[in-house]
Design a protein around this ligand. Structure first.
Ligand SMILES: Cc1cc2nc3c(=O)[nH]c(=O)nc-3n(C[C@H](O)[C@H](O)[C@H](O)COP(=O)(O)OP(=O)(O)OC[C@H]3O[C@@H](n4cnc5c(N)ncnc54)[C@H](O)[C@@H]3O)c2cc1C
Length: 306
């Protein structure tokens, strides 16, 4: 089949790659790619954060995790297998497994760094977005055609896949998707353990995470509803709060290199559905890297479904 993919963030690129692997002829149209995308700002560690619906997210995420684990064998892909710890809110000796871990193995263990707390421990592939976006692009037969699309129905092909993230708000007239601002601080690694990622979402006003990369640390974060259409802005107070949290936990992080900000394309439920010739695949919130392959495989199944 001839398929047009609109968007070249992690969702568009993974969808295009998956469709090409299944023998389709793909063209990609995108207003921006690489550093111009939200995807370039992500952590990006495997964790189903700010995305729904839970059962589907758990399934898409576990498929994607397996895929990322396989790709980690190629160092050029920029994927490394870390140990993830999610600080638990659950009380008691044997709390139920969290919804996001429905299809994966987790154990409950004392949290590293954050003394006196328990955490869910799991295998967490971590992607370096700049490397991985380049790596996928290099594997595609399709070239990216750079232009903005204003009418999905005007695009040619047996199917048109809408992977425009937050821009789907206008392009698909969908006000159920809205921005959640995220801010990160990138530092030298210092003496922090580069094999462990820790997230603490217990307090929505001061979420904290550390995501090690090969030669730097990503410290976060926040998740703030943001006015649609307004540009993301770095808030120095958030940076100061994140660095304070790191220091108060005794994390010996290095010099601050830069701060980054981005708008997560949040929707209560990912929109993965067909509308005539158009298939929507957007609204992955804080988990685009975590769900990309699972969602792409579902798109590929929809393309050939009668
Ligand atoms: C600070 C921060 C940290 C994050 N950390 C993680 C993490 O650790 N793990 C994780 O899984 N996720 C994380 N995320 C979430 C992740 O970044 C997003 O879920 C993901 O990037 C969404 O990808 P996307 O391809 O849908 O959107 P985008 O990356 O925004 O790509 C959209 C594409 O559509 C194109 N486009 C838009 N409008 C048009 C148009 N009209 N015509 C043509 N092209 C168009 C754009 O140019 C772009 O190519 C984080 C996000 C932020 C902000």
């Amino acid at each position: 089949m001839q398929i047009t993919v609109v968007g070249a963030g992690i969702i568009g690129l993974t969808t295009a790659l998956t469709l090409e692997e299944q023998g389709h002829t793909v063209r990609i149209v995108a207003a921006g790619n690489g550093p111009q995308t939200t995807s370039a700002v992500a952590g990006a560690v495997w964790f189903p954060y700010r995305a729904g619906p839970p059962a589907k997210v758990a399934a898409w995420s576990s498929h994607t995790r397996t895929w990322l684990e396989q790709l980690a064998h190629d160092p050029e892909a920029g994927i490394d297998l870390l140990t993830g710890y999610e600080i638990t809110t659950e009380e008691g000796l044997h709390p139920p497994i969290p919804w996001w871990a429905a299809n994966i193995e987790v154990t409950r263990e004392p949290a590293p760094v954050i003394d006196g707390h328990m955490a869910w421990k799991f295998h967490a592939p971590r992607v370096e977005p700049a490397r991985f976006l380049r790596w996928i692009t290099a594997r595609l037969r399709a070239q990216i055609e750079h232009r903005a699309v204003f009418d999905l129905a005007a695009e040619p092909g047996d199917a048109v896949i809408n992977c425009t993230g937050l821009a789907a708000r206008e392009l698909a007239g969908d006000d159920l998707i809205y921005p959640l601002l995220g801010q990160i601080v990138i530092t030298d690694p210092g003496t922090v353990d580069l094999s462990v990622s820790i997230t603490d979402h217990r307090n929505a006003d001061s979420i904290f995470y550390v995501i090690p990369r090969r030669d730097e640390l990503v410290l976060g974060g926040c998740s703030l509803p943001w006015p649609p259409g307004a540009p993301a802005e770095i808030n120095p107070e958030i940076t100061a709060r994140i660095l304070d949290q790191a220091r108060s936990l005794g994390l010996a992080v290095g010099r601050v290199r830069t701060e980054r900000v981005g708008l997560r394309p949040y929707r209560l439920e990912v929109r993965l559905e067909r509308e005539g010739r158009i298939i929507h695949n957007y609204g992955h919130g804080g988990a685009g890297f975590t769900m990309c392959r699972g969602c792409a495989e579902e798109v590929a199944a929809m393309v050939t479904a009668p």
